[in-house]
Write a protein that binds this ligand. Structure first.
Ligand code: HSE
Length: 398
């Protein structure tokens, strides 16, 4: 029997508890032994819980209990999740987590401690919620040089944009719906401003390149400036706008950004709607591979956490190796390939034609919409300054 602890009894933690209880036989069959929850750590009281005796407020109860071999850290946030995780690994316990902020920020250090202690630090739930993507990228695509990753990695913003496109909902209404459904972070600014997607593309890029990609160095824009006028412009151009975590890999170097991007209706990512996530990974041997599924929510995220608990139980004595190493030298590039831009401006058609040969997509009510040829970010800035009345310039994902 493997005895486990759950740290944090919020949306994901209660989902982990429910799955271990409800699917006990299936989980035991896959782990090769019964999985028993010995502790749940939370600072709140759960006096009405059917197993209220499992709850503790003292992390030392878990650290000092040698029977506990696997700990699920589903608290979120950096502190005290970092300190608790480090203590668990140093005490020789495997840790599994859904905490993308922690993995993106301290993953390199925590992976090194896990290696030193010969235990597991697994994080399948940190990217894409319930979608299997960490293992496939690390293992099933191991024969490939990964050349590009483009992903819809944040369910909350995808839900908001989809509601704006299909139901004409205001940004605020769509956000409060996403919060009510448990998709948004405790502080939804992390979703809206793109930081959550940034942490996730940093994790995927680190796995794909084998070296740490620093999330602080990824240029990150959110969706707060996207308006219903942009929605209208994108529809006229035959596509949608999605918040994309993007990375290109070239000769050991990585370029990455998070930004709203225009996606033509023919592209598979355009059909990823609501809270679903979609991740398009390109390998030099396999070509394009698409991962799709529920990117947030209680049970989908807990599904991946429990799978990591099972894997940790199976690999109790022989560590499962998934991760990356500290980068030697600077692996990050500040510019990537050129992008075309979908531009919306309040210039006249003649003013637009005076500075670009681009085909005009829409010209109505004092607004002109056009799409540029692929160009550098600097060239796009120059074009914007020449026009002087650009309202938005959104990169196009090819
Ligand atoms: N707030 C995140 C999202 C939760 O909306 O995708 C899952 O990581």
């Amino acid at each position: 029997m493997a005895k486990v602890a759950i740290m944090g009894y919020g949306t994901v933690g209660s989902g982990v508890y429910d799955i271990i209880k409800d699917n006990a036989c299936r989980v035991a069959d896959n782990a090769g032994e019964k999985i028993e929850i010995k502790y749940i750590l939370d600072i709140r009281d759960f006096d009405d819980h059917p197993e209220k005796e499992l709850f503790t407020k003292d992390v030392n109860d878990i650290i000092n209990d040698s029977e506990v071999t696997v700990v699920a850290e589903v608290m979120g946030g950096l502190h005290p999740a970092y300190e608790f995780t480090k203590s668990m690994l140093e005490a020789g316990k495997s840790v599994v987590t859904s905490n993308k902020e922690l993995v993106a920020t301290y993953g390199t250090e925590l992976l090194a401690i896990a290696e030193e202690k010969n235990v597991n630090y697994l994080f399948e739930a940190s990217v894409g919620g319930g979608i299997p993507v960490i293992r496939p990228l690390s293992r099933c695509l191991a024969a490939n040089n990964i050349t590009r990753i483009a992903g819809i990695l944040n369910g909350t913003t995808n839900y908001i944009l989809h509601e704006m496109f299909t139901n004409n909902k205001s940004f605020e209404t769509a956000l409060s719906d996403a919060q009510a459904m448990g998709y948004a972070e405790r502080n939804p600014a992390a979703d809206i401003e793109g930081h959550d997607a940034c942490r996730k593309i940093a994790i995927l890029s680190s796995l794909a390149s084998g070296t740490e990609v620093d999330c602080e160095r990824i240029a990150t824009e959110g969706i707060a400036d996207i308006t219903l006028d942009d929605v209208h412009a994108a529809e006229a151009a035959g596509g949608v706008i999605k918040l994309i975590g993007y990375a290109e890999f070239d000769g050991g170097k990585v370029y990455s950004h998070v930004a709203p991007m225009f996606i033509k209706n023919e592209n598979m990512l355009s059909g990823i709607n609501g809270v679903m996530n979609g991740i398009l990974i390109t390998g030099d041997a396999v070509g394009d591979v698409m991962f799709y599924g529920a990117g947030a929510g209680k049970l989908p995220t807990a599904s991946a956490v429990v799978a990591d608990i099972v894997d940790s139980a199976i690999h109790a004595s022989r560590r499962k190796i998934i991760g990356w190493k500290k980068a030697r030298g600077d692996v990050m590039k500040s510019t990537g390939n050129d992008f075309a831009y979908l531009v919306r401006c309040e210039n006249t058609e003649d003013e637009v034609k005076a500075v670009t040969n681009a085909d005009i997509i829409l010209c109505e009510n004092g607004t002109v919409v056009f799409m540029t040829e692929p160009m550098s970010l600097d060239s796009c800035e120059l074009l914007k300054s020449k026009l002087g009345k650009v309202k938005s310039a959104i990169r196009v994902l090819n």
